[in-house]
Write a protein that binds this ligand. Structure first.
Ligand code: DC
Length: 233
């Protein structure tokens, strides 16, 4: 079977997927596709359409008729400017407003819906057909690119992921009063939803290589993945 010239990186929230994927993409001259950003753009569409997180946060079976009804009016597309992904929602560049806690939680909830997933997967596979990609997400190795030449499952302890998120947030918003414990609780809730949903739950593909980044630097993880890539020849 012909393998796709792609690297798939899956794993829970905050394991360092995007940081690693970005530096690998630069090194290899691949396009980095952040699929979480696509679900986040849809989440913004749903929030603007009046869907509240509380209404759908427990629907791990993806049953959310009101949100589904908004799907036909959402056009999510990607463009790459100097290799950097820009996400468009109905023609508006929403890239700068995607990375909030609310959007992440809403994306996790919305992504349990089967129709939402089908739309996103189709778009992601089309991009991978035309480009050499490093794609990160939750279902890349299992569903989107099952033939990817290299699959990585990147993890880290909840404590370490919460600590990293906290430092990131403190840098952006020095006055924030959120605690590491609160962030850890949110991470655990999101992991649980992403791993237990009915459609394409987060799981390690059988042929993925698991890397725990808890005690490794970005450079160390990147070097390890590059080594694995080179071994794939
Ligand atoms: O990676 P992220 O935090 O930006 O992703 C936001 C949410 O989107 C995540 O909690 C679950 C969902 N998601 C998904 O279901 N499948 C993907 N391939 C990427 C993200």
């Amino acid at each position: 079977m012909n393998k796709t010239n792609a690297i798939a990186i899956d794993g829970p929230a905050g394991a360092g997927k995007s940081t690693i994927a970005k530096s690998l993409a630069k090194e290899l001259g691949f396009i980095y596709v952040d699929t979480g950003a696509m679900y986040r753009a849809l989440a913004i569409h749903m929030l603007r359409g009046g869907i509240r997180l509380e209404e759908i946060r427990n629907a791990t079976d993806g049953n959310m008729p009101a949100a589904e009804a908004l799907l036909p009016s959402a056009d999510v597309s990607l463009q790459f400017e100097d290799g950097v992904q820009q996400v468009f929602l109905n023609g508006e560049n929403v890239t700068a407003i995607l990375r909030t806690q609310e959007t992440g939680d809403m994306a996790s909830a919305v992504s349990t819906n089967e129709k939402v997933r089908a739309r996103m997967v189709e778009l992601q596979q089309a991009i991978a057909r035309d480009n050499s990609v490093i794609m990160d997400g939750r279902d890349i190795g299992t569903v989107v690119l099952p033939d990817a030449k290299l699959k990585i499952y990147l993890t880290a302890t909840v404590e370490e992921r919460a600590r990293r998120r906290y430092l990131e947030l403190k840098e952006k918003e020095p006055d924030t009063e959120v605690t590491v414990e609160e962030i850890a609780k949110e991470i655990e809730e999101r992991d649980h939803r992403d791993m237990t949903r009915t459609h394409s739950p987060l799981r390690k593909a059988d042929d993925a290589i698991e890397l725990d980044s808890s005690e490794l630097s970005i450079r160390e993880v990147t070097a390890r993945v590059l080594e694995l890539w080179e071994q794939k020849g």
